[in-house]
Design a protein around this ligand. Sequence first.
Ligand code: PNS
Length: 164
Amino acid sequence: MRIAVYPGSFDPITYGHLDIIERAAQIFDRVIVAVCVNPDKRPLFSMEERMEMIAQECAHLPNVEVKCFRGLLSDFVRQQNASVIVRGLRAVSDFETEFQMALMNRKLNPHAETMFLVAHPKYSYLSSSIVKEIASLGGEVTDFVSEQVALRLKEKFSKTRRRA
Ligand code: PNS
């Protein structure tokens, strides 16, 4: 059985992530969407919120599950008996960091191969950060995230605006 891990921050999940997950789900027997607990980042959404949103978006994909991990991705991949790490590539600018991460992960876990899926052109300019910025300024984000995620973004930022 081929198990792939698709790691990320998913703060929040966008249509760009979902496109990669759907395509990975066609290629691999099981896909684990792995949400990273990163102590250096202050995410907008809690781990529970991020996992809930991903689970809702992936409800139609029976071979996809959502987990969280802390520490090294290479260790998590080993624990899950996965042989592949999936990452999406949007543009050449992604390449340098992704290349470094792929080589380092291979050094740390030689049994796991990183595979890149090239983002669909219609999502190549999309990132969770830019979606959060647009939502924080009151812009429409329903072309980039699902209705449920857009609603959660709206709720988050209406709370912060009320506090400001
Ligand atoms: O969605 P992101 O923020 O681009 O995801 C980055 C992520 C979570 C994949 C990366 O930061 C990661 O793998 N973190 C885990 C810590 C780790 O293993 N670091 C060494 C990787 S070379």
